[in-house]
Design a protein around this ligand. Structure first.
Ligand SMILES: NC(=O)c1ccc[n+]([C@@H]2O[C@H](COP(=O)([O-])OP(=O)(O)OC[C@H]3O[C@@H](n4cnc5c(N)ncnc54)[C@H](OP(=O)(O)O)[C@@H]3O)[C@@H](O)[C@H]2O)c1
Length: 215
């Protein structure tokens, strides 16, 4: 999918709090998944979504840590998930599908960054690629039946204004500006990151690596 980058003037920015984003939204009856919902940004996302009335399913690899962190939060449940392990991803998805109907919000939050040494996932791929990308690719594929009934097919939905604008890179709750390849700015998105051919190559590699084929 090729989508033009354009700001949506959401009114939100890097200083916007989760509570401000959620204000006025009632998600009662909706089901969400947050991977890595036991810490950091994921935990704040879980608290905020649960506070709007959504049922939030947390996927995390350390059950004891997750259960103690999530204790006391209403509308939250836990299913074990290790994104480095394809069998664990399959088990998470199978358990979710057996317990729930539609999935309305899928927050692929879990991730690793700058590991101190080379590590590999159970597939044999470098750990950051394996967890951050391939694990989520497989998870999304397995959960696809539950996502089919969702009201939108947007993958990066931070605002209702994004409806019909899937496949874009978001920044500060808005769409990132396209900047020149040699731009010294730390903001914005560069051409290679939204190149359709690169995206297709990554998609094909990911299908081969995980065995997931989208219909
Ligand atoms: N914070 C930032 O400035 C920043 C900037 C850019 C991108 N991000 C990305 O935003 C996301 C959240 O960031 P954060 O700062 O909140 O990170 P964080 O506190 O380190 O949380 C990362 C989460 O990912 C989970 N995780 C790691 N490996 C996993 C695996 N194999 N299976 C399942 N879960 C796994 C961790 O679980 P454990 O608790 O078991 O380790 C933890 O819950 C990450 O993907 C990060 O790369 C963050």
């Amino acid at each position: 999918m090729e989508t033009t980058q354009q700001p949506i003037h959401s009114g939100f920015n890097s200083k916007t709090t989760a509570a401000e984003l959620a204000a006025g939204h009632d998600l009662t009856g909706k089901t969400a998944i947050v991977t890595g919902g036991n810490s950091g940004i994921g935990y704040e996302t879980v608290k905020t979504l649960a506070g709007t009335g959504a049922h939030v399913v947390v996927g995390a690899r350390d059950a004891d840590k997750a259960k103690s962190r999530l204790a006391g939060l209403k509308n939250v449940s836990f299913i074990p998930l290790d994104l480095a392990d394809p069998a664990s991803v399959d088990a998470f998805a199978a358990r979710f599908l057996s317990l729930h109907g539609d999935l309305h919000l899928l927050i692929n939050n879990a991730g690793l960054f700058r590991l101190p040494q080379m590590q590999k996932d159970r597939r044999g791929y470098e750990m950051q690629l394996g967890v951050n990308h391939l694990g989520h690719f497989q998870l999304n594929g397995r959960l696809w039946p539950a996502l089919q009934g969702a009201a939108t097919s947007i993958w990066c939905a931070l605002s209702g204004q994004l409806n019909q604008m899937g496949g874009v890179y978001c920044e500060d709750c808005d769409i990132a500006d396209l900047v020149p390849d040699d731009s010294p700015a730390v903001r914005g998105v560069r051409r290679h990151a939204i190149d359709p051919e690169n995206a297709l190559a990554l998609w094909k590699f990911s299908e081969a690596a995980t065995g997931i084929q989208w219909p």
